[in-house]
Design a protein around this ligand. Sequence first.
Ligand SMILES: Cc1cc2nc3c(=O)[nH]c(=O)nc-3n(C[C@H](O)[C@H](O)[C@H](O)COP(=O)(O)OP(=O)(O)OC[C@H]3O[C@@H](n4cnc5c(N)ncnc54)[C@H](O)[C@@H]3O)c2cc1C
Length: 324
Amino acid sequence: MASNWLQVGDIQTIRNLYESNSKPTRKLKYMKLEIKNNISLKDFTTYKTGGSAKFLIEVTNNEEMMQARHHARAENLEYILLGGGSNMLFADDGYDGLVILNKMDKIRYEAETVTVEGGVSIAMMVLGACKKDLGGISGMINVPGSVGGAVYGNAGIPDIWIGDILLEAVILPEDGYEPTIVKRDYFEFDYRYSILKKTKDIILSVTLNLEFKPEAETKEEIKKYSQERNAKQPIGKCCGSFFKNPEGEKPAGWLIENAGCKGMKVGDAEISEKHANFIMNTGNATTKDILDLALKAHKMVKDKFGVSLKPEVQIIPDNPFNNL
Ligand SMILES: Cc1cc2nc3c(=O)[nH]c(=O)nc-3n(C[C@H](O)[C@H](O)[C@H](O)COP(=O)(O)OP(=O)(O)OC[C@H]3O[C@@H](n4cnc5c(N)ncnc54)[C@H](O)[C@@H]3O)c2cc1C
């Protein structure tokens, strides 16, 4: 693994950047961030596929996040946020830009809220709340990944989506320079949708609404949710549901199963026998194997039911379903 220590976010560069856009200048603390080169993305995604990121920077606080983004802008690099990598499918030839890996991990529980940084894992937040007799979010226990990733796609289960309980958030706006507080309405939450899919704003932290609930009660709920999930869904390398449930139609899993796709394979990619909307990497599948299989299932569903499924997973850089 190649890696070097560079001074990023050179103050003058940033100042020029601000001034050229007639934005207020802001003194950023001098800081060193490690820029890693040519890093395999397999190690950072639950699918365990994909090539390498040209550059990767891990950030642990707001300032580092700002510096990393400024670095990308100053160097004219494409950049993308990465949380738990549980909803990402990177191309086999990698990502020709900067991956910003979010390791911001602070949590603060208050009376009936939690304020949590974007890099914190959902499960850790739920378990931490449980210990403090705070509940109302146990349904999220089996949603892998980070809080930031969850807000991006309004992740959740039928009982609860993260957007339902979000009170406010601190974002780093795509078109701004200062961390900014926004309320729930800003996000225009919908099924697996938030405005972040359009704006590319970065979630720094969010405040979520919780409720008082004795630890024992939440523990029971967590057990129930986990048992239900284990009964219905396979375990292994995947991104959860591959396709979104189409509006006004049967669920994607039903459509894929009834189009006859269960058990279909391309290389080591396989449509799960347990749940047809799960495309598993059963060994050394490539991203191409997974996408070829998904495209096959897409066509079979379209031919049989006339429904064009849309992927839930983020396919980087090119989403082959966009024009279907
Ligand atoms: C086994 C399994 C089960 C799953 N079950 C569910 C489920 O029940 N419900 C559900 O909704 N999802 C489910 N998923 C999908 C996934 O867990 C969610 O989409 C999750 O919220 C993604 O979070 P992440 O941190 O892994 O995001 P990543 O995969 O790292 O990123 C996803 C997107 O979010 C963006 N992003 C990440 N962090 C930030 C940030 N701080 N600010 C702005 N944008 C950001 C990324 O750029 C990317 O576009 C499942 C996945 C797996 C592997």
